[in-house]
Design a protein around this ligand. Structure first.
Ligand code: HEC
Ligand code: HEC
Ligand code: HEC
Ligand code: HEC
Ligand code: HEC
Ligand code: HEC
Length: 326
């Protein structure tokens, strides 16, 4: 055999021997016991703190968010999917609040071929006018519900009831005299039924309205709603509220999906704002912001408004001509 061949063979044999020794030396006896290499580490891995805490962990401290979330349709999306792993929180600091929701939400909601139909999908370019998703959707209760209550009331009977029980505060023609009390003329009947029902059940409270609504029967509510919805509300448009209506108009773009460009709500389940009393609008927005008035859609929207925003928005809507169709 030529010398150079035997040298190469000797080197290969030496390499093989070293590899075998190395394998014998480095591979633990438990190799393959629980999967590759894991054998001796199992105890160590098991002793690690879980990184995800599940949403039950968040409940004790963030009970309000948890309540809203668990009552709504995002309860299949765990808190930590959006806020990151909860381990070490709150001791080690706050969890992040997702800043780019268009990016986050489209991970699950962008329309894609093959994505199961059970997962609600949108065409990103045609939906939401390039705005952040949380402008319109509350991430903890995102569904926009426009369930329309049926109204089959008798407006004439409603008119009588109004004159007897409501006109003192809401005005003879349901245009109220006081800037802090809402006009009812021209409001959507389905919204009126819902909101009067909420006052009646105690879901919404007000020192003045709660006691009045408590005594209304369901047919009376239907009659009143039918009466108000049929009234003309144009008399209210002249009012000039404090605040900068032009600045309000810019902000009102964020409200247009539900309240219409100029305050005429496209869905009868949602209130018209056009021509409404300015102080009342501002009070309502503050109540939503403070969580005193509860509505999952408005809660998300109102949270980010400053006092100045609120006054400007109120000025804008109060100045709009009521009675326009959306
Ligand atoms: C032991 C109580 C406690 C638990 C449990 C807890 N948090 Fe918190 N969380 C806090 C406190 C305290 C803060 C700080 C509030 C502050 O400084 O405004 C906070 C802040 C946050 C913030 C940031 C709020 C902000 O204004 O920046 C988020 C988001 C958050 N928590 C999410 C969660 C999630 C999700 C869970 C469950 C995995 C959770 N938290 C569990 C107490 C808790
Ligand atoms: C689909 C994503 C998503 C899920 C699921 C989610 N959050 Fe959030 N959360 C957000 C976004 C976006 C914000 C910021 C916007 C806002 O405040 O509404 C936020 C804000 C918060 C804040 C801080 C609000 C503030 O006042 O600054 C807390 C606290 C919080 N979430 C807790 C929770 C808890 C607890 C859960 C589970 C029960 C949860 N979140 C589930 C997306 C989510
Ligand atoms: C991890 C995936 C995931 C993420 C992230 C997520 N969602 Fe969802 N979302 C779902 C699923 C699943 C449902 C359906 C829940 C059901 O109805 O059972 C849903 C339901 C919804 C609905 C209700 C649709 C309808 O009409 O029934 C809206 C609106 C929504 N999400 C908006 C958002 C927004 C806004 C964000 C970002 C803040 C977001 N989602 C982030 C998975 C996700
Ligand atoms: C300008 C307000 C607005 C913005 C911003 C917005 N949405 Fe919506 N979204 C709506 C309205 C109103 C509806 C309900 C009516 C409808 O089906 O179009 C809705 C419905 C949905 C639905 C349910 C669709 C279905 O077929 O059931 C999903 C999912 C959704 N939005 C996700 C998102 C995501 C993700 C973003 C951010 C990229 C976003 N939305 C931004 C107003 C908005
Ligand atoms: C003592 C004065 C008073 C009387 C009487 C009264 N209201 Fe009211 N009403 C108010 C005030 C104040 C509010 C605003 C409450 C708030 O800020 O949430 C209101 C709010 C409402 C709203 C909600 C409007 C909206 O846009 O959300 C409706 C609907 C309503 N009243 C109907 C009635 C009816 C129907 C009657 C008669 C059965 C009646 N009110 C009697 C003072 C009164
Ligand atoms: C996702 C839909 C949605 C968006 C976006 C939205 N709203 Fe609303 N808004 C509602 C619903 C639903 C109600 C009725 C709540 C209730 O029944 O208590 C409401 C009620 C109100 C009320 C009380 C009206 C009354 O007559 O009592 C005011 C004021 C209001 N919204 C202002 C705004 C402003 C300002 C914006 C934008 C910054 C906005 N909303 C954005 C759905 C929305």
């Amino acid at each position: 055999m030529p010398k150079h061949i035997s040298r190469i063979l000797a080197i290969l044999a030496a390499g093989l021997a070293i590899a075998l020794v190395a394998k014998w030396y480095f591979t633990t006896g438990s190799f393959y016991e629980f999967g590759h290499y894991r054998g001796d580490s199992v105890a160590e891995i098991a002793a690690k703190q879980p990184v995800l805490q599940t949403s039950g962990y968040c409940k004790s401290c963030h009970s309000e968010r948890h309540l809203q979330w668990s009552a709504a349709n995002h309860k299949s999306v765990q808190c930590e999917v959006c806020h990151g792993a909860g381990e070490g929180h709150p001791q080690k600091g706050k969890l992040p609040i997702p800043s780019d929701t268009r990016k986050l939400c489209s991970l699950c909601h962008e329309r894609m071929p093959g994505r199961p139909a059970a997962q609600p999908q949108i065409v990103l370019a045609e939906h939401g006018a390039e705005q952040q998703c949380i402008v319109c959707h509350n991430p903890h209760a995102p569904k926009i519900t426009g369930v329309v209550a049926k109204v089959s009331g008798d407006a004439a009977a409603g008119a009588k009831k109004h004159a007897a029980a409501c006109a003192a505060c809401h005005g003879a023609n349901a245009i109220s005299a006081n800037d802090a009390w809402p006009n009812l003329a021209g409001q959507h009947a389905a919204y009126l039924v819902r909101i009067l029902g909420a006052f009646k059940s105690g879901a919404q409270t007000d020192v003045m309205m709660s006691s009045v609504a408590k005594d209304l029967s369901d047919p009376e509510i239907q009659n009143l709603a039918a009466y108000y919805a049929g009234l003309t509300c144009n008399a209210a448009a002249a009012e000039k509220a404090a605040g900068d209506a032009a600045a309000g108009k810019l902000l009102a773009k964020n409200c247009a999906a539900c309240h219409g460009e100029a305050g005429a709500a496209p869905n009868p389940a949602w209130p018209n704002l056009a021509g409404q009393k300015g102080v009342y609008l501002a009070n309502a927005l503050k109540a939503f912001r403070a969580g005193l008035r509860k509505d999952p859609m408005m809660a998300g929207v109102a949270r980010g408004l400053s006092d100045a925003d609120i006054v400007n928005l109120a000025a804008y809507y109060a100045a709009q001509s009521c009675g326009k169709k959306p």
